[in-house]
Design a protein around this ligand. Structure first.
Ligand code: ADP
Length: 459
């Protein structure tokens, strides 16, 4: 109501001043009627000019971008300017808040490990995150507003999108990149227009693990079925035929071989299951390495039966934090492999050495056939063999290196394999500084450590 009061006040004042002036002029010219008319006209003109000037200031501000303050006018125009400005500022604040919320929302989606694409009713890309860009080779900025089926040309994807039946996810396999994507589409509507949300997930590792698990089950079943079939055949033979003593002994010997094969396999399977199911070995339970090396030696001798030159480091003075049986089994596996795969006359060494990071590694080197590069990555997969029949003939189960990898990883270390066909192989069990020490010295940063390197000795 203030604007009305001020307007009435201005009106009274304005007409009073203008009327007074007009009246004075009329009186001065001695024409009272003219004086009255001039007074009224002057009052109206003055009011109109004053009003137009104020309206002009407001209209000029409205025509601009309204970034500066509205003109401070007072009265009716002032009230209007104030109301318009307040409405504008409220709307700007609300817009800013919503924009920030949208930005945070998009940042959250951007941080998601899944690919996210928003499509409009005609399958044009409205927005997509970087992960989706990677999955579908899209550029989130450049490809905006492009029709997705012009850019992603997998026939399965195009027909999936066009069919409109999104109940089941689509699995896309890129054989060249050896990757697998799982794609899920959801319909949603905005303002009556149907839109699509496309979610993509890289399931390459999951699929690979699943395939490995399937292969593993198939391989193990096969490994168990073979000796079982042989045993069943022998049992049938013994039950139905009259065998001589010599034949009976031979059959029993073969049956024992098959049983041992199954026992070894089941033993390795149980070891793996146990390794996977038990907690990490304590980091403060120290065991001496030398007795472990001393136990591996005679077994390797027995397995080699004099066919190889075997060299083993015996006095390392090293202690490892971990489980003795596990470390023994890992080293024994590596030495047994070296003996089994190295041809007669070859050399096999078992060594310990400190590494520059104050950790250390046990090292099994052989002059055997070596392993081609393409196999190296897969060697520690369960049941993976470079040469299946050679492995079986020498009593292998295909699980040895898998066990070794598990053991060393549980001890905070890693298995490193270097090999070249024709040049032999080296398998290293690398332990971190926190898990190795010289006997009775603290672990980590042991200055005297290199002095522990002793020369090799025959096994
Ligand atoms: P296996 O019981 O078959 O020996 P492992 O898991 O111990 O199973 O080894 C996997 C494969 O790695 C073996 O089948 C063999 O082909 C290869 N391999 C392991 N150690 C050696 C080695 N010292 N020299 C050559 N090949 C090896």
């Amino acid at each position: 109501m203030a604007w009305m009061l001020s307007r009435v006040l201005m009106l009274v004042l304005g007409t009073g001043v203008a009327g007074g002036l007009g009246y004075w002029l009329g009186e001065w010219m001695r024409m009272p009627q003219l004086a009255a008319a001039l007074a009224a006209a002057a009052a109206v003109i003055l009011m109109a000019v004053w009003d137009a000037a104020r309206a002009h200031r407001l209209v000029t501000w409205l025509r601009g971008d309204q970034n500066d303050d509205a003109p401070r006018l007072g009265g009716l125009w002032g009230e209007m300017a104030y109301r318009v400005e307040r409405g504008l500022r409220d709307r700007e604040r609300r817009y800013d808040r919503e924009r920030q919320q949208l930005e945070q929302f998009l940042l959250a989606i951007e941080a998601s490990p899944n690919g996210v694409i928003l499509l409009d009713g005609q399958d044009h890309i409205q927005w997509c995150n970087v992960v989706a860009g990677d999955h579908f080779s899209l550029d989130p900025q450049r490809d905006k507003l492009q029709r997705i089926t012009n850019l992603v040309r997998y026939p399965a994807f195009v027909s999936y999108l066009q069919n409109g039946n999104f109940q089941q996810p689509l699995t896309l396999t890129n054989t060249r990149a050896k990757s697998t994507l799982q794609v899920l589409v959801r319909d949603y509507g905005v303002g009556g227009e149907s839109r699509k949300l496309v979610l993509s997930l890289d399931v390459t590792d999951r699929e690979r693990n699943e395939a490995m698990r399937r292969d593993f089950v198939a391989n193990v079943s096969h490994e168990i079925r073979t000796p079982l079939t042989v045993l069943a055949g022998f049992i049938e033979t013994m039950a139905s035929l009259q065998l001589t003593e010599a034949e009976r002994k031979r059959v029993l010997h073969l049956m024992q071989q098959q049983t041992t094969r199954m026992q070894t396999l089941v033993g390795d399977l149980l070891t793996l299951a146990q390794l996977e199911g038990s907690p990490r070995p304590a980091a403060d339970h120290w065991i001496a390495l030398d007795p472990v090396l001393a136990r591996v030696g005679p077994d390797a001798q027995a397995l080699s039966n004099g066919r190889h030159e075997l060299v083993c480091e015996r006095q390392t003075g090293v202690e490892l934090a971990g489980v003795e049986t596990e470390i023994l089994s890992a080293i024994a596996n590596l030495v047994s492999n070296a003996v089994r795969y190295t041809p007669e006359g070859g050399r096999i060494e078992l060594q310990w050495r400190w590494t520059p990071d104050h950790g250390g590694e046990t090292w099994v080197i052989d002059t055997g056939p070596g392993i081609a590069r393409e196999h190296l990555r897969r060697l520690t997969e369960r049941s993976y063999r470079v040469d299946g029949s050679r492995s079986r003939d020498t009593g292998g189960t295909g699980l040895g290196l898998s066990i070794v990898k598990h053991v060393v990883q549980r001890h905070g270390g890693e298995l490193r394999i270097d090999s070249e066909p024709g040049k032999g192989s080296s398998f290293r069990l690398k332990f971190p500084a926190t898990r190795v020490r010289l006997a009775d010295s603290p672990a980590m940063g042991d200055e005297a450590a290199p002095a522990a390197l002793a020369g090799g000795e025959g096994l």
